[in-house]
Design a binder for this molecule. Sequence first.
Ligand code: SAM
Ligand code: SF4
Length: 338
Amino acid sequence: MNAHNAATDTIIDPFGRAVSYLRVSVTDRCDFRCVYCMSEDMAFLPKKDLLTLEELDRLCSIFIDKGVKKLRITGGEPLVRRDIMTLFRSLSKKLGNGLEELTLTTNGSQLERYAQELADCGVKRINVSLDTLDPVKFRAITRWGDLDRVLNGIEAAQKAGLSIKINAVALKGVNDGEINSIVRWSHDEGMDITFIEVMPMGDIEPDRYDQYWPLTEVKQHLAEAFTMADINHQTGGPARYVRAQETGGRIGFITPLTHNFCESCNRVRLTCTGMLYMCLGQDDSADLRAPLRASSSNDLVSRAIDNAILRKPKGHDFIIDRVGTRPAVQRHMSVTGG
Ligand code: SAM
Ligand code: SF4
């Protein structure tokens, strides 16, 4: 069996899903230490194991040749990787040349510096993660972050013409009192907002059960303030959207725990050391760095990708049902990006 369908130039997994979306974590390092993402004293991947930006570019090109249409650069915090704009610049040359969209997920801390360059590279839409508008809570959630800096970054991105979606992780007892105001603020600023359920990835200090606020409950809460109608808005991601009548804006829900959408999963994830993860919630991975470095021809990597896609599992088994729930996978979200 071959995952690559030469007739359609797509890679198809054993469940018939075409893989058209690659997320690339360009670093596992970050200038924040969000309490749901990282432990306070994180051990990071050794720098010597990192792919160079040229190698990342080469890998991305191979994926594009194999039918990937959308690239999301993520991390860790992608904008803290040194010279990251070199990668954006080289990837931007592939836009319209197989690649349809180049995008980014960021914590916003470096956006003031990079927003215009991103726009110049053909980036049109970005996701900015922001869980609270309260500066004290923001510092408590991110441990190291400064809310004003992120808000300035958002302003710079808007000035540069980037369309922004806010991503907020729903956190029980933390941002549950300000969900409605975060929605109103996002929509007033002309931004969509998506809520995300916390996923049990990696060891962290707080108990996942204490953090986990199912989006079924978030929706009930939102329904007290907003009239929400389902809409068929597709971004290529797992979010399902509604429109809030009162604001006219969109609210998305990413519900890996209460309702997974694995049956329509179109993505795989590459780490900064060249490991390919076929599912966010499973441990299986394939090393693409060795075949990449073994030859200047792309054949070995191409074959390694095909073999990996044939192992793409049906879905994940995330569950948070009690105090002391163990992580579904040992790695933190920052290794593979969100
Ligand atoms: N640093 C960037 C940022 O924060 O946007 C990009 C990487 S971050 C890992 C990507 C997304 O994953 C963020 O929206 C973050 O809130 C989310 N995230 C991190 N850990 C998570 C977890 N355990 N469960 C759910 N979402 C998580
Ligand atoms: Fe950093 Fe993003 Fe993880 Fe927060 S969620 S610690 S900003 S990688």
